[in-house]
Design a protein around this ligand. Structure first.
Ligand SMILES: Nc1ncnc2c1ncn2[C@@H]1O[C@H](COP(=O)(O)OP(=O)(O)OP(=O)(O)O)[C@@H](O)[C@H]1O
Ligand SMILES: Nc1nc2c(c(=O)[nH]1)N=C(CO)CN2
Length: 438
């Protein structure tokens, strides 16, 4: 279609939506502009009311255009200016009130309003609620109605922003749980929490589509998948990456795609975590090419790409590096120390292999991140004290240290067990590092 004909169509569309002529740049019901037409440069003559310039002349000065555009086509080069969309966004002068990306947790029930988070405004706390007998930290603590509701209410009172409920432990050595049993440990409790007035978002920690669906129907409004929608066998079926070959990561292809298609249909926020192989058996510790940061970026990047290609909306994706999943102690430390690099889009020096720069990976840039470092085994090893090695609950101070470092690097969500002390940790770390707060 020719630009002028497209402009006429846009004008009609604006009219159908109820837009009527007012003053230029005044309040409007809707504004439809042509930003680019591939690399074409077009300028109409001076037709009154129908002048047209493509690319749109005000792209470089508009944050509200550049920010979403950088999510969609970050590397696209402006055909006249020669800069990429990302470069144009970076070149904007800093604004007193920068735009926030939002995360929308849809309404889980008629009587419960949707919850919208302004990302970047604070670090959000995810309270971990395992309804399993054998989870590594709180296994057996929350298996009855009263203790589950008690933990959830306590989490809300302490300022948690989301509760993550899981019915199948993924810790090394945990036992197999049937779909029916996992469902029994999640959906009815979620319904109970909703009926009892818990209105904050609830995520379900599962890799099984049946469990996720039952949980969403019961009132959950987020899916947390430690296999990033590839099923328990870590399949990468359906990936046609323009950047990578799947041989690079040597994983088997075995996935019925059920979780992926549910995720597309469900339209809820999705936590895509990096892991390798069956989490409870583990462990593929084979080396990460280019170092741990590069390796996680590549392997998680493949799964993100697969999800996007299948139709998952990018604004629903939250990335998680998967602390403790097929990573040695040093690698877990590095993932925390360099958390900010996970979503870096620019070429940075690779700390782990001095011959390799950390490849630019625009695919992961600007996604929000979540990290679950709470009470994990590497903290016990670092503490090197018998009680801390044996008892995950003796690792809360260690967790605080890791959480502080993550907040400093801009993590969006921290998944924790001890919500009360971690609320203090996050509050003060936010005050120090998020300058918008003070
Ligand atoms: N790339 C473009 N896309 C849309 N309109 C354009 C473009 N380039 C020039 N124009 C002209 O701008 C005119 C004003 O558009 P519109 O009425 O939407 O103004 P506005 O909303 O106040 O400004 P803007 O769209 O720049 O925010 C259009 O009638 C059109 O002739
Ligand atoms: N998103 C996410 N989910 C989890 C994580 C984690 O680190 N991140 N850790 C778990 C238990 O070790 C279980 N589930």
């Amino acid at each position: 279609m020719e630009p002028q004909a497209l402009l006429d169509l846009l004008k009609d569309a604006e009219h159908w939506q109820g837009r009527r002529p007012t003053v230029r740049n005044g309040p409007r019901v809707v504004d439809l502009d042509i930003l680019f037409d591939d690399n074409r440069v077009y300028e109409s003559g001076k037709l009154p009311g129908r002048e047209l310039k493509v690319p749109h002349s005000r792209i470089p000065e508009r944050e509200f255009v550049l920010r979403p555009l950088a999510d969609i086509i970050p590397t696209f080069r402006h055909p006249v200016l020669g800069s990429s969309v990302s470069d144009l966004l970076r070149a904007l002068p800093s604004s007193a009130s920068p735009m926030n990306r939002i995360l929308n947790f849809p309404s889980s029930h008629d009587s419960i309003p949707p919850v919208i988070w302004a990302l970047g405004s604070q670090s959000f706390i995810m309270a971990t609620l395992n309804t399993t007998p054998d989870s590594f930290s709180d296994g057996g603590d929350h298996t009855d109605w009263d203790s589950i509701l008690g933990y959830a209410q306590h989490a809300v009172k302490c300022g948690s922003s989301i509760i993550d409920i899981g019915g199948y432990s993924t810790r090394p050595g945990s036992s197999f749980v049937s779909v029916q049993e996992e469902q029994r440990r999640t959906a009815p409790f979620i319904a109970h929490l909703r009926q009892s007035g818990v209105h904050i978002p609830i995520s379900v920690d599962t890799f099984r589509a049946e469990v996720a669906l039952a949980s969403l129907e019961a009132g959950a409004n987020c899916i947390n998948d430690v296999y990033a929608l590839t099923g328990p066998h870590q399949g990468v079926a359906g990936v046609h990456s323009s950047h990578l070959s799947t041989d690079d990561i040597g994983v088997s292809v075995s996935d019925d795609g059920a979780m992926l298609s549910l995720a597309v249909r469900a339209k809820v926020p999705l936590i895509l975590m990096h892991s390798r192989g069956l989490a409870n058996q583990n462990k593929d510790y084979s080396s990460f090419k280019g170092g741990i940061i590069e390796g996680v970026r590549r392997e998680l990047g493949l799964r993100v790409e697969r999800a996007l290609r299948a139709g998952v909306r990018r604004w629903n994706i939250i990335l998680d590096p998967g602390i403790g999943f097929s990573k040695c102690v040093e690698d877990n430390v590095r993932l925390v120390r360099h958390h900010g690099l996970l979503t870096s889009e620019t070429l940075v020096f690779n700390q782990f292999d001095r011959h390799l720069p950390l490849a630019p990976w625009p695919l992961l840039a600007r996604f929000p991140t979540l990290v679950g470092t709470s009470r994990k085994g590497y903290l016990g090893t670092l503490l090197d004290r018998e009680d801390a090695k044996r008892e995950p609950k003796r690792r809360d101070w260690a967790t605080a240290a890791a959480v502080t470092s993550l907040v400093q690097q801009g993590v969006d969500i921290v998944r924790v067990h001890a919500v009360e002390p971690m609320q203090d940790v996050v509050k003060v770390a936010d005050a120090i590092w998020r300058h918008n707060l003070l």
